[in-house]
Write a protein that binds this ligand. Structure first.
Ligand SMILES: *[C@@H]1O[C@H](CO)[C@@H](O)[C@H](O)[C@H]1NC(C)=O
Ligand SMILES: *[C@@H]1O[C@H](CO)[C@@H](O)[C@H](O)[C@H]1NC(C)=O
Length: 334
């Protein structure tokens, strides 16, 4: 099992060599291919080790720790051709927010916390309008994996079900019990944030079983938000769509090839580049662009990456495994 994890993560820990990710060839290949998307510079000229560490989603091996949800949302409602959770639930600000995992392979935790945040807002019709803390699950969930060096999405959802997750906003926000401790940074595109270091591994933040935000009034234990159930969604497109319509966004894990890093706009599909690792993100809807069906997705590399922090990826073909590792849960609301 360890071996497979290592293979999946490729040379994150093993390679000592200093390989640089040069994206010029990838960008020209994609842009000359007359495909459904446009490439540009993100992550240009940074070390491959840095990129691999950022890609902290670990692929499940064999059976998930979560049950498979079989179709229960059998409302007769037809599935629309396009759907955007931001339009359906306009009073949930978190849906329009792009998170930043910083210089850490915490995508698995950030995407899970962001997904559950939206679901709490949706389930309470906006009464819950705060943020759940990736910090909590990243640093305190020992069965989830290795913090900033990668983890499993389904274990994060199991943690929400068994232990719960406290609130916590963005870095420096003073929102909630445990605001995120890792600084936002530019993932090698031009913008106003400081650049992410191109190598060097900030450690996983320490686990605190108390609120690190002194201004926050609720106690750590009372602030825990839980799911009444956490589960895997089948890889059938309609099942994923019904799940989103009924309860809000879901988390998806997928394989990242070099070309994904250069995404700027359009509907992504793999054209060129090697496997760089695994990544976890939040699906917020779907649609059709120039006859190509896509999933609409929020990434966690801040709003300067890609299409204002979001991207579209081809739907219905399990592009890069996108439809085969979907997890979610139902918020436990009093
Ligand atoms: C949900 O909240 C909105 C905005 O506050 C309100 O207009 C609407 O009536 C609420 N819906 C329900 C079902 O309570
Ligand atoms: C759709 O295709 C046309 C023709 O290839 C292209 O000019 C246009 O930019 C595409 N639209 C989008 C949103 O990608």
């Amino acid at each position: 099992m360890k071996c497979a994890i290592l293979l999946w993560c490729l040379s994150v820990a093993c390679s000592k060599g200093f390989n640089v990710f040069e994206s010029d060839d990838i960008i020209s290949t994609v842009n000359n291919a007359q495909t459904t998307w446009t490439a540009g510079h993100n992550f240009h000229h940074v070390s491959k080790e840095y990129i691999k560490r950022l890609l902290g989603h670990r692929k499940r091996e064999g059976k998930s720790v979560l049950p498979l949800k079989t179709s229960l949302d059998t409302s007769g409602e037809a599935i629309p051709a396009s759907f955007d959770a931001r339009d359906k639930w306009p009073n949930c600000e978190a849906l329009r927010t792009v998170r930043d995992q910083g210089d850490c392979g915490s995508c698995w935790a950030v995407a899970a916390a962001a997904t559950l945040t939206d679901r709490f807002c949706i389930a309470t019709n906006g009464s819950f309008n705060s943020y759940l803390s990736p910090e909590d699950v990243l640093s305190c969930c020992t069965s989830c994996g290795d913090g900033c060096d990668g983890g499993f999405d389904d274990q994060a959802w199991l943690y929400f079900n068994k232990v719960g997750i406290v609130t916590g906003g963005h870095y420096g926000s003073k929102i909630g019990c445990q605001p995120y401790k890792l600084k936002p940074c530019e993932h090698h595109t031009t913008g106003q944030r400081p650049p992410c270091p191109s190598y060097g591994d900030p450690p996983t933040p320490k686990c605190y079983k108390r609120c690190t935000n002194k201004k926050y009034k609720t106690s750590f234990l009372l602030d825990k938000h839980m799911t009444s159930s956490s589960y895997i969604v089948t890889s059938k497109v309609e099942e994923i769509q019904k799940e989103i319509i009924a309860h809000g966004p879901v988390e998806a894990g997928f394989t990242v090839y070099g070309d994904f890093l250069t995404y700027k706009s359009g509907v992504y599909q793999h054209i060129t580049g090697d496997i760089e690792g695994g990544h976890a993100v939040k699906i917020i809807g779907w649609g059709v662009e120039n006859n190509t069906k896509y999933w609409l997705v929020a990434n966690s590399w801040n709003s300067d990456w890609g299409d204002n922090g979001f991207f579209k990826i081809r739907l219905g073909v399990d592009e890069c495994g996108f439809e085969s590792e979907v997890s979610a849960g139902i918020p436990l609301v009093n």
